[in-house]
Design a protein around this ligand. Structure first.
Ligand SMILES: Nc1ncnc2c1ncn2[C@@H]1O[C@H](COP(=O)(O)OP(=O)(O)OP(=O)(O)O)[C@@H](O)[C@H]1O
Ligand SMILES: Cc1cn([C@H]2C[C@H](O)[C@@H](COP(=O)(O)O)O2)c(=O)[nH]c1=O
Length: 212
């Protein structure tokens, strides 16, 4: 028995966390217990500790390769401690970010290369690949403005990066959408919250009718 592994991706502030919560509310109550909602970086005790190190604005001297390896390390722990045990009992896992974040932010944003970053992540996760990824498509400046409004003066180390970095990350996501057209479905995240939710639910119902 294996559950579905579904990931949610997009620029900072695209609405991933908000829409995951909205989708969850639309799942019948008796089926909600079959869903595990988790996030990256994080999703296990060790991975949350690594999250604090990566996102701490004080860690300005962090090397780009160290950053990529820390994201891969937290992911390895997350997969083995949280995601695989849930999938193996038939639960569906909703992960707020996963490997595509590393491919877009470290592979393209940090210029480390999509293929090299993919390789260290394949090692870390033993090649665990999502069954479906929803990409929340939003210009990075719009997402960053939402974050700024939500948490003024509380940006983490990645959010504090220049707009040019976030624009490269966005281009990275566009490349991933082209590379993995069967796995990654694009959602227009510039719509209202109910509209983004409805588009997401429609995609999920089509692919996994058993979820609802
Ligand atoms: N479709 C939307 N329209 C307008 N505001 C939105 C929309 N979706 C989310 N927001 C708002 O944008 C802010 C960021 O949303 P949220 O935290 O869900 O984004 P996120 O993609 O999870 O961000 P991060 O990448 O930082 O984790 C919140 O204040 C949320 O209410
Ligand atoms: C998993 C992952 C994340 N990131 C970046 C993306 C965001 O800027 C932060 C995480 O913050 P969030 O508020 O929880 O979205 O980290 C990354 O660069 N690489 C990754 O693999």
């Amino acid at each position: 028995m294996k559950g579905h592994f579904i990931t949610f991706e997009g620029p900072d502030g695209a609405g991933k966390t908000t829409i995951i919560n909205e989708i969850f509310k639309q799942i019948p109550q008796d089926k909600q217990t079959k869903i595990l909602v988790t996030r990256e970086p994080g999703g296990s005790k060790i991975s949350e500790t690594i999250r604090q190190i990566i996102l701490d604005p004080a860690n300005k001297e962090m090397d780009d390769r160290t950053e990529a390896l820390l994201y891969a390390a937290q992911r390895g722990q997350h997969v083995n401690e949280t995601i695989l045990p849930a999938l193996s009992t038939g639960k569906t896992v909703f992960s707020d970010r996963y490997i595509d974040s590393s491919l877009a932010y470290q592979g393209v944003g940090r210029d480390l290369g999509i293929d090299d970053v993919k390789e260290i992540n394949n090692f870390a996760t033993n090649n665990l690949t999502p069954d479906l990824t929803l990409f929340f498509d939003l210009p990075p400046e719009v997402g960053l403005a939402r974050i700024q409004k939500l948490r003024p003066d509380q940006e983490d180390r990645l959010e504090q990066e220049k707009l040019t970095f976030h624009q490269k990350v966005y281009e990275g996501y566009q490349e991933l959408v082209k590379r993995y057209p069967d796995r990654i479905q694009v959602v227009d995240a510039s719509q209202t919250i109910p509209e983004v939710t409805a588009q997401s639910v429609k995609i999920l119902k089509r692919k996994f009718p058993d979820l609802f």
